[in-house]
Design a protein around this ligand. Structure first.
Ligand SMILES: [Zn+2]
Length: 436
């Protein structure tokens, strides 16, 4: 896994994961779609092999015929089966087109879908990322302290941008953190993301955050989600990077909460109340035998878990969400200084090297200029309305961009394999909350 020295050359030769045995010329190519005379001729994509399977799509590596660059093509099948999945996909498309940040995945293009009455699947083009943090953590590849620091720095840098846009990701987990062979990291999968709800009396749905990375307030039935639900998930991932083992790996939400309390210690009743725990959860927690805090055991995660690492971890893994560290404060923690330096010395595209040395950007962890507006979702009640909105959104985007459109080529030798590739079942535990 290539990682440049903080002041040395940027090594791009090593690959993070070996390429599959598929060759670059065996991919499905892409047919021309029916364009109107005034439109530019679409270019055919050269795809070769599947590189990943997520909850809502299959990702293939392809070559962009317009630039010759390797990119990723995500096939999202059966997207309009019900209103929930339709809105989730539309939200993801809108966000992917909105984001402009190195550590957040964005869309390079979306293929023009079939006419609105027939559209059932969508194809999104993004930068190609060969791996993700889950695959890296479970692989035998070495993970040094420098790797952990530069990964954690980028997760927080991307998250600061999302939070500045008013967006809670709500499903941060290692599999949603894409990584390329140069250790550049991008946050992805925005299907569960929401805008921050300033009114605490308004409830958010609970189908959030894969259980292992779910914050104690969500486990305890709180219906108010603040930005720091994402910080809890980052804390769990930080510990997983240090120990190469899932920190809280329980069979049910209630066992998950028990494991959290065993490490953090029994929370003070005021902290339980402040977290927004339901009455049932409050009674359950205070009725359990008292646990003293065991945070010092975090030093045993690995030799990489030094004093500064554990100090930052202890600021992230806090029961009371109001006492948990914010993303902006976490970025100023001394543990991340080296990660920040390494990233901006040889990985970022915001700073430039000149004859007189490196010129650093004035803002190393930028925020959005404008907040993300989710009000477009308010008047979408039926699948047909969402379908119309998606179709118009993509058509508008192409009209405004003026670039040569891309399309599938059904004559390709592996087109059939590409078309039949389906979504893998979710390996994680159910997202159902405990009925307190
Ligand atoms: Zn930079």
């Amino acid at each position: 896994m290539a990682l440049c020295k903080a002041h040395g050359p940027y090594n791009t030769s090593a690959a993070l994961t070996p390429e599959s045995n598929a060759t670059d010329d065996d991919g499905p190519t892409f047919k021309k779609y029916q364009s109107s005379p005034q439109e530019k001729d679409p270019k055919a994509l050269e795809a070769d092999r599947p590189i990943g399977y997520g909850a809502f799509g299959v990702v293939w590596a392809v070559t962009d015929p317009r630039t010759g660059k390797r990119i990723a093509l995500k096939k999202m099948p059966n997207v309009f089966q019900n209103i929930v999945s339709s809105k989730r996909v539309y939200r993801e498309l809108r966000m992917l087109c909105f984001f402009k940040h190195e550590n957040v995945l964005s869309a390079l293009d979306i293929l023009q879908p079939d006419p609105v009455d027939h559209v059932d699947e969508l194809y999104v083009v993004t930068p190609l990322m060969q791996s993700d943090l889950h695959k890296i953590i479970v692989s035998p590849q070495p993970l040094s302290s420098d790797h952990v620091k530069v990964f954690l720095y980028q997760i927080l840098r991307g998250m600061k941008y999302l939070h500045s846009a008013g967006i809670l990701h709500r499903d941060i987990k290692p599999g949603n953190l894409l990584v390329n062979s140069n250790c550049l990291l991008k946050i992805c999968d925005f299907g569960l993301a929401r805008c921050e709800e300033p009114d605490r009396s308004k409830e958010m749905t609970q189908e959030v955050v894969t259980q292992y990375y779910r914050s104690p307030e969500l486990l305890a039935g709180s219906t108010y989600h603040s930005y720091v639900v994402d910080i809890w998930s980052v804390g769990c991932i930080f510990a997983e990077l240090l120990g190469r083992k899932i920190l809280f790996q329980a069979q049910s939400p209630i066992q998950q909460l028990n494991q959290v309390i065993k490490l953090l210690g029994t929370p003070h009743p005021e902290d339980i109340r402040a977290s927004g725990a339901s009455e049932g959860a409050f009674r359950y927690i205070v009725s359990q035998p008292y646990h003293p805090p065991a945070m010092q055991t975090l030093h045993h995660l690995s030799s990489r878990a030094n004093h500064e690492a554990v100090h930052l971890l202890c600021r992230m893994l806090v029961f009371n969400p109001y006492k948990r560290i914010s993303v902006a404060d976490a970025l100023t923690h001394p543990y991340l200084e080296e990660g920040q330096l390494r990233y901006h010395t040889c990985m970022c595209s915001c700073c430039v090297s000149t004859n007189s040395g490196r010129q650093y950007a004035s803002e190393l962890e930028p925020c959005t200029v404008l907040p993300y507006d989710m009000s477009y979702e308010e008047n979408l009640y039926t699948v047909h309305q969402v379908k119309d909105a998606v179709y118009n959104f993509i058509s508008d985007m192409h009209r405004k961009s003026g670039v040569i459109p891309l399309c599938l080529n059904t004559a390709s030798p592996v087109y059939r394999q590409f078309q039949s590739s389906t979504v893998a079942p979710q390996p994680e535990l159910t997202d159902s909350p405990h009925p307190w």
